[in-house]
Design a protein around this ligand. Structure first.
Ligand code: CA
Length: 521
């Protein structure tokens, strides 16, 4: 290995569930990886290949929705601290669902903004570069971002795909303001209006901007493919540019796939129609065919990037991290087949939920010379850990940030030098209402310590306790059986939330804040 810092690729898939792959992330009670019926349904040969060359993480966590996870990845903070606890859209606009009993918290609904951003000013419109005025009358978060740190330390930083960090028209909506040297198609939007090139990636607010200068429209190139080609084109430009070729790169490859829409707008004619074989008696609806096609298209992108690295001898000095930002969608019958909340089985529920289905993610890390091939790590970690870990990968150990970093480096798991999860507590705070309902979905605060997980529902004051090692599907609430443990975990969770000045909803009737988890029995 040369002394050169490694290139780093974070391959982040949107809304990808733990089981949306042919690579198994679930093990039986003996610890042997087992393919589930969903693993047999989907096709991700390149993920399988990546896993055979690297380390599979079975207990990798994110947060229940897009923006909170993405801001945690960019800042190293837990959402309880950064307060971007729900997804962002229009400037000063909330995305909270209406509630009969709760008032939403005063969360950072303008998303993540660069350090020193004034509440009002002028910024460049992403993609077109024209100036636009903004005025943020509602809160936002700030942080020294991960790409900014990497850039300062000599990395060329590339953003490709979905950004979704800050609201429309604000500096944070533009990846170029967030520490990236290059931006491909990243704006404030959280999903594409259309995946099809022939439809110009849709119209209106969610039109994917920045891909109209090539022949993607004319050639009807699917969005996932267009982003992959653009990313590789950028890597090749860096490799052949004398000013950049000597520098390591950071590629944040953030696919719009697998987010809805999943109707004809997600029809990838290269893959979708092949999903018709009723091997397990499964009858494919159009939307499930599209979903499977989106998965396979995403996997092809992974394979194309791996091929590029191999062909240009970059493979040995490149870390490839595969991750998703929240669980697979399972609460919206218009998009998914089958019984609601079963689409991430054996996990219960999905996107938006505090249950494992909403937060447990498919994660793989390949770092030649560090991660042993085909290994499995069952230690838990969480997406804010990426910040300190990636900086450590880049050899950056001493650094100052204005924000307090909640993440803990998982480097010792990669090189087998320790276990940072030992005795650690993991926290989630989602004090908002998403709109959909289902198991574990609602305004919640959650703690995991060891195999135990406690969920507190802000609206009802109800608590649930699960042993997720023995009951991964979270079907046996044992809150009544273990009152002392419930009390202890409630206290730990309450202490953490107060310490980081987390937010909570209030009662509509009285406008007084709802109790912290340790303030109710
Ligand atoms: Ca997402």
């Amino acid at each position: 290995v040369s002394g050169k810092k490694p290139n780093i690729i974070v391959f982040l898939v949107d809304d990808m569930g733990w089981q949306d792959t042919s690579h198994p992330f679930w093990s039986d009670s003996q610890g042997t990886p087992k393919k589930t019926f969903l693993n047999r349904r989907y096709r991700t040969p390149n993920m399988e290949k990546l896993a055979s060359q690297g380390m599979t993480f079975t207990d990798a966590y994110a947060h229940p929705l897009c923006t909170p996870s993405r801001v945690s990845l960019m800042s190293g903070m837990n959402p309880a601290r950064h307060r971007v606890t729900c997804w962002v859209r229009e400037q000063n606009g909330t995305t909270d669902a209406n509630s009969r009993s709760l008032l939403p918290p005063d969360w950072a609904l303008n998303g993540l903004q660069p350090i020193g951003t004034p509440a009002r000013g002028t910024t460049k419109r992403p993609i077109s570069g024209e100036d636009m005025r903004y005025h943020m009358t509602r809160p936002f978060a700030t942080a020294v971002t991960l790409p900014e740190m990497l850039k300062k330390c000599g990395y060329v930083t590339v953003h490709c795909g979905k950004a979704h960090f800050g609201t429309q028209g604000t500096p944070g909506s533009n990846p170029l303001n967030m520490g990236f040297d290059y931006n491909i198609a990243g704006t404030e939007i959280g999903h594409p209006a259309d995946y099809r090139g022939s439809r110009h990636y849709g119209k209106g607010f969610n039109h994917v901007r920045g891909l109209d200068e090539n022949n993607y429209y004319q050639d009807d190139v699917f969005l996932t493919e267009a982003l992959t080609r653009e990313a590789i084109k950028r890597l090749e430009a860096i490799r052949t540019n004398p000013r950049e070729a000597g520098k390591p790169f950071y590629l944040y490859m953030a696919h719009y796939a697998l987010h809805s829409p999943l109707d004809e707008r997600a029809y990838d004619k290269r893959f979708a129609d092949a999903y018709k074989n009723p091997e397990d008696g499964h009858k494919w609806s159009r939307t499930e065919k599209h979903y499977s096609g989106l998965i396979e298209g995403m996997d092809k992108s992974l394979g194309d990037i791996m091929k590029y690295l191999r062909e240009h001898h970059l493979e040995k000095n490149t870390v490839l991290v595969f991750m998703s930002d929240n669980g697979g969608l399972s609460a919206e019958p218009a998009w998914r087949d089958g019984e609601l909340h079963t689409q991430n089985a054996p996990l219960n529920s999905g996107k938006g939920s505090a249950y494992e289905g909403g937060i447990r993610e498919p994660m793989i890390v390949k770092w030649p010379g560090v991660t042993a091939a085909g290994t499995i790590c069952e230690k838990p970690l969480i997406i804010e850990d990426f910040y300190p870990t990636i900086l450590e990968m880049a050899g950056i150990k001493q650094y100052k940030t204005v924000q307090k970093i909640d993440g803990v480096s998982f480097m010792p798991l990669l090189n087998h030098t320790g276990d940072p999860s030992e005795g650690r507590e993991f926290y989630w705070n989602f004090p908002n209402l998403w709109g959909n309902t289902g198991p574990g979905i609602g305004a919640t605060a959650t703690i995991r310590k060891g195999d135990w997980k406690l969920i507190y529902y802000y609206e009802s004051g109800r608590k649930e306790l699960f042993n997720i090692r023995e009951d991964i599907g979270e079907t046996r609430n044992c809150e009544e059986q273990y009152p002392k443990l419930v009390k202890k975990l409630s206290k730990r969770l309450g202490n953490y939330l107060r310490k980081v000045k987390a937010q909570r909803p209030a009662y509509k009737a009285t406008a007084s804040p709802v109790p912290w988890p340790d303030e109710v029995r």
